[in-house]
Write a protein that binds this ligand. Structure first.
Ligand SMILES: Cc1cc2nc3c(=O)[nH]c(=O)nc-3n(C[C@H](O)[C@H](O)[C@H](O)COP(=O)(O)OP(=O)(O)OC[C@H]3O[C@@H](n4cnc5c(N)ncnc54)[C@H](O)[C@@H]3O)c2cc1C
Length: 465
């Protein structure tokens, strides 16, 4: 069992990080009681805002000795409740560790602290003509530590992969308080097990990340965006397969159903491109040479039209591009605006079976009498499914959510997919892990967790069923 945070522990925490960085009034704690996961809320006993690896180390050593739960937190934008302190204890915030330490133009790396806002890192490296591809849609509020811990993806994953493909060095603090450094500015490294890859996606349950070295690419100078409008969903996904079969890998292929475009319109109070189509694809291409990007644009446009697109809009400049993307960027907010209570899933399936997944989800919605909207990353099979409570009675909603979760997961698994592509297991999906993973694998992961964290103080109540 865990100990509570008492006055003596508060004093010790103040001695480590300074009294101003220990928050314990209920007003100050409230913002740390939730992340962006709808409906999940749990108060910490105290929030500690660390400013260095050595402070993180001293906090963890103390918590480990006294058996106090510690929940690491960076931007608090998670969508599976990972940063929510479901068992109370200490929230260890990394938000003050927000320095970009070095952009190395010769080795094409950037070294930064976990509290750096992802969008700020993008802008800093882009000023140097460099490029950090992972681009979660939350990039102006999420932070690198959370991106590493969740292995964040984003629209550009189709061509450039996800966070794990860019991390070459980490500094982390173990629950014992030991500070360890792994990797560095290295393109290759097979010295021992890849513990870096183990920590990526470990959702704050194994160690606290305190410094990150990321690989960069040259910034592609040319970019063109297309919005292809289809009468319905199936031909849109056929077009995606056709584009890839033509050996073009766009940076991004996002899809939106009509309901999501209309919800964005209602939030923004204006008409959006794509409003009359059954389904839209938003496709982005980039290249080192203008003529290459435009040649790919022609081929992609042809593939869409040959697969039944009604129309393909092209954006070559910033204002037009912003207009094409406006609806996609606000979908989550728009649906929240329509129904403040909702539930979001993040299943991933092989790209070609997305229509079967989306069709099955809509059948489930009709059976259960609930409104569901799907959108997401058509290029990598990652579908976001949002169920809206609207005016369903509370009791009906409470019984509906677990039934929907199980139904959606079973459907995704039956199509060769899995529970989550980028939002993680966290608190909200842990009960369903056995649907996806063999008991032997769950047990192996539990044993790994025990090696890192024998007292179970780091982010308890997450990931494991
Ligand atoms: C509008 C919206 C759009 C989104 N779009 C995307 C998207 O396109 N792609 C995507 O992948 N996600 C997306 N997300 C989800 C979320 O933004 C990502 O999971 C992001 O990586 C979380 O980062 P964060 O800094 O907010 O982490 P937090 O919410 O603070 O934490 C997330 C997890 O990481 C752990 N953690 C945080 N910092 C550390 C650290 N330093 N060391 C160890 N563990 C740590 C926490 O304990 C928790 O388990 C979106 C969220 C919203 C609200």
């Amino acid at each position: 069992m865990y100990a509570r945070v008492d006055g003596a522990i508060l004093d010790e925490l103040k001695a480590i990080v300074g009294a101003a960085n220990v928050l314990w009034s209920s007003e100050a704690l409230e913002p740390y009681a939730h992340d962006e996961t709808p409906g999940l809320w749990s108060m910490p006993e105290v929030v500690v805002r660390a400013n260095s690896a050595s402070e993180v180390s001293r906090v963890l050593r103390l918590a480990n000795e006294r058996r106090i739960p510690v929940t690491p937190r960076s931007g608090g934008t998670g969508l599976s409740g990972g940063a929510v302190p479901t068992l109370g204890g200490i929230v260890l915030s990394l938000e003050r560790m927000d320095r970009i330490l070095e952009i190395d133009r010769e080795n094409l790396t950037v070294t930064a602290e976990p509290g750096v806002i992802t969008g700020n890192l993008h802008r800093a490296v882009e000023q140097e003509g460099l490029f950090y591809p992972p681009d979660p849609a939350s990039l102006d509020s999420c932070r690198l530590g959370g991106n590493i811990a969740e292995n964040a993806g984003g629209p550009r994953a189709v061509k450039y992969g996800v966070t794990k493909d860019y991390v070459c060095g980490l500094e982390a603090v173990l629950p014992s308080g030991e500070i360890v450094r792994m990797g560095g500015k290295l393109v290759k490294n097979v010295t021992g097990y890849s513990l870096i890859q183990l920590l990526i996606g470990s959702e704050g349950t194994l160690a606290v990340i305190t410094q990150i070295t990321l690989r960069l690419l040259p910034l592609p100078p040319y970019r063109v965006d297309l919005l292809a409008q289809f009468p319905e969903f199936e031909p849109a996904i056929r077009a995606v397969s056709d584009i890839i079969a033509r050996r073009i890998v766009p940076t991004t292929i996002e899809f939106m159903e009509r309901d999501s475009v209309l919800a964005s319109e209602r939030l923004l109070g204006k008409q959006l491109p794509g409003r009359d189509a059954g389904a839209c694809l938003l496709i982005q291409l980039d290249g080192r040479r203008e003529e290459d990007a435009y040649a790919d644009m022609e081929l992609v446009g042809d593939a869409c039209l040959e697969n039944g697109a009604l129309d393909v809009l092209v954006a070559r400049d910033r204002p037009t591009r912003d207009r094409l993307w406006e609806g996609r960027r606000v979908i989550i907010d728009a649906l929240k605006h329509e129904s403040p209570v909702s539930h979001m899933e993040d299943v991933v399936v092989p790209r070609a079976v997305i229509p079967r997944l989306v069709g099955g989800v809509h059948e489930l919605a009709a059976e259960q009498g609930v409104r569901i909207v799907c959108f997401g990353h058509a290029g990598d099979g990652n579908v976001h499914v949002i169920a809206l409570k609207d005016d369903l009675p509370d009791a009906r909603w409470q019984e509906l959510v677990p039934a929907l979760q199980a139904g959606i997961y079973k459907l995704a698994l039956s199509l060769g997919g899995t529970l989550t592509g980028e939002h993680g297991i966290g608190a909200t999906r842990r009960a369903y892990l056995p649907l996806a993973l063999d008991p032997v694998l769950i047990d192996l992961q539990r044993r790994l967790k025990a090696v890192f964290d024998p007292n179970g103080i780091l982010n308890p109540g997450k990931v494991f069923p």
